[in-house]
Design a protein around this ligand. Structure first.
Ligand code: GDP
Ligand code: MG
Length: 163
């Protein structure tokens, strides 16, 4: 079966930007189809020669299950259950926030394979912010800029190597 790679992290860290970047031109195919949502959540992609199913998620938030953030969290949790690899994305410019640390430890307890991705790591300070994430205990973090397309090919190779 095609491995599932699930993109998680708190809102606004750049998960959907990374999803679109990894999926590439395939997304354009669906965006122009009437009746098909532009906000596509799953797509096949070939990353450094390895075919994967990429899954974008709504974002990890702490909330009661009967609220919208709560439902978002429940759907993220289901997506993680089915994942062969979880990309845990944080915002390198904001640094690690308490919510990031909280969800990193939740992810650690799931026993899933996790790759930590420091997004928005372009420019000065990007590398230092990336290294800060070693403290999550989830292995070597990868610094990228999804928006500026920096480090994305190396990330694809890292993903392929982990599957
Ligand atoms: P999501 O909520 O995690 O899916 O985040 P989005 O993909 O919607 O991105 C949130 C915001 O971060 C948008 O304004 C993006 O343009 C911006 N963003 C995404 N990736 C980068 C990046 O690599 N660098 C910078 N500076 N901004 C980014
Ligand atoms: Mg998003």
């Amino acid at each position: 079966m095609i491995p599932r790679v699930v993109i998680t992290g708190r809102p606004n860290v750049g998960k959907s930007t990374l999803f679109n970047r990894l999926v590439g031109s395939r997304l354009a195919l669906v965006a122009d189809t009437p009746g098909v949502t532009r906000d596509r959540k799953e797509a096949e992609a070939t990353l450094a020669g390895t075919k994967v199913l990429l899954v974008d998620t709504a974002g990890l938030e702490e909330a009661a299950p009967d609220t919208l953030p709560g439902r978002m969290r429940a759907s993220t949790s289901r997506a993680v259950d089915e994942a062969d690899l979880v990309l845990f994305v944080f915002d390198a410019r904001a640094g690690l926030l308490p919510e990031d640390k909280h969800f990193a430890s939740w992810l650690r307890r799931t026993g899933k394979k996790v790759l930590v991705v420091a997004n928005k790591a372009e420019g000065r300070g990007g590398a230092a912010a990336t290294m800060e994430a070693y403290e999550l205990g989830l292995g070597e973090p990868v610094g990228i800029s999804a928006e500026h397309n920096e480090g994305v090919y190396d990330l694809m190779r890292d993903i392929a190597d982990l599957l």
